[in-house]
Design a protein around this ligand. Structure first.
Ligand SMILES: NC(=O)c1ccc[n+]([C@@H]2O[C@H](COP(=O)([O-])OP(=O)(O)OC[C@H]3O[C@@H](n4cnc5c(N)ncnc54)[C@H](O)[C@@H]3O)[C@@H](O)[C@H]2O)c1
Length: 332
């Protein structure tokens, strides 16, 4: 794959924009076509560093628009697709589940069908890689063993149900038509470019503005945190070297409760703002728990570690501090 055209969907979002920056820097012979509808969650500001690069192309297209997606395959003749476009916020999925089925399920199916038509059975030279979430596996108890690639699908929110459904469609296109597909399911990402509605940027923004920091329930839900730069390296490896027709779990190996994370952010941000230690702790407000809130997610990354020699390289404290610096700089 020395020179190729690669579609990245959802490239104006959090993970997609970090991925495009990585791909443009690492693969000078690739042409990267970013297909993004630019919903409230996408921003071309995330792509300022590559916007003028000769190998980067932006197409503002809804992945549910069959005619336009088909035309893109015809125009660019891509060798591969890395599919990240999605409605991604669990809270919004509780309010507007239809939008989640539309983009996450119907949009994924549209891309699969267009890829199948365009690649016409020459699947060995082409790859369709779907980026998914560990939330498809449902919730773990404190003692439960981390999810592996063969854990049972048991989604609870409309978001995770829509992602589970799209994962099944991707596998079905491999099983039924032989399309060369890959799926990865990762834990919570953090890092630059994340939309301010998500936990870490939200908390940083509230501390800076001296506004209440809402924490669901008692804050004892557990999440595993993966630095977006480590995730992007995993995506690169899976796209190029992953075993076709299989799934890889990607975890950061850093579990913590939400309240531990919020307290740590208070400590880091207060220090950087020159405030007294613990000054912003009174901003924390426990609010009614999210409906269907999964207690704990944790990922067993043994497969990607063994097969592709990937491991998270960013120490959590360092990744979090860099992330805080990035948001504080943005908020200036
Ligand atoms: N952020 C995480 O922690 C996390 C964890 C696990 C899996 N994922 C998955 O990774 C992918 C990327 O997540 P993210 O956090 O970067 O999401 P994001 O919400 O930041 O970005 C999503 C992007 O998709 C675009 N988009 C939405 N609907 C579209 C449509 N119909 N057509 C074209 N573009 C559309 C948006 O404009 C946006 O740029 C998603 O598939 C998500 O399910 C994310």
């Amino acid at each position: 794959m020395s020179s190729q055209t690669l579609f990245v969907t959802g490239g104006a979002g959090f993970i997609g924009s970090n991925l495009i920056e990585h791909l443009i820097a690492k693969y000078p012979a690739y042409r990267i076509v970013n297909i993004d509808k630019l919903t409230y969650a996408g921003s071309l500001d995330n792509l300022r560093s590559v916007a003028l690069h000769p190998n980067y192309v932006f197409e503002q297209v809804d992945i549910c628009d069959l005619t336009r997606v088909r035309a893109l395959f015809d125009k660019y003749k891509p060798q591969g697709v890395i599919h990240l476009a999605a409605e991604s916020h669990v809270d919004r999925s509780i309010l507007t589940p239809f939008e989640f089925v539309q983009t996450n399920v119907f949009g994924t199916l549209t891309l699969l069908q267009c890829a199948r038509e365009a690649w016409q059975g020459e699947y060995a030279q082409h790859r369709f890689y779907h980026i998914s979430t560990d939330e498809v596996y449902g919730a773990l108890s404190s003692e439960g063993l981390p999810f592996t690639e063969i854990s049972r699908y048991e989604p609870h929110s409309p978001y995770s149900a829509s992602k589970a459904s799209s994962d099944h469609f991707v596998r079905a296109y491999n099983d039924t038509y032989g399309l060369s597909t890959l799926v990865s399911n990762c834990s919570n990402n953090y890092g630059p470019h994340q939309h301010p509605e998500k936990l870490i940027p939200l908390v940083i923004g509230r501390i800076v503005a001296n506004q209440p920091i809402p924490v669901y329930g008692r804050g004892d839900n557990v999440r595993d945190w993966l630095y977006v730069g480590d995730h992007v390296r995993a995506i690169d490896l899976i796209y190029h070297k992953g075993r076709i027709g299989t799934t890889y779990n990607i975890g950061g190996g850093h579990e913590m409760t939400n309240i531990e994370l919020v307290r740590l952010l208070v400590q880091i941000v207060d220090e950087k703002l020159g405030r007294k230690e613990g000054a912003s702790l009174p901003l924390i407000q426990f609010v009614a728990d999210r409906a269907g809130h999964d207690f704990r997610y944790a990922i067993d990354s043994t497969k990607i570690r063994n097969e592709l020699e990937w491991r998270p390289e960013t120490a959590f404290e360092k990744g979090l501090e860099d992330t805080v610096d990035w948001y504080l700089n943005m908020l200036k």
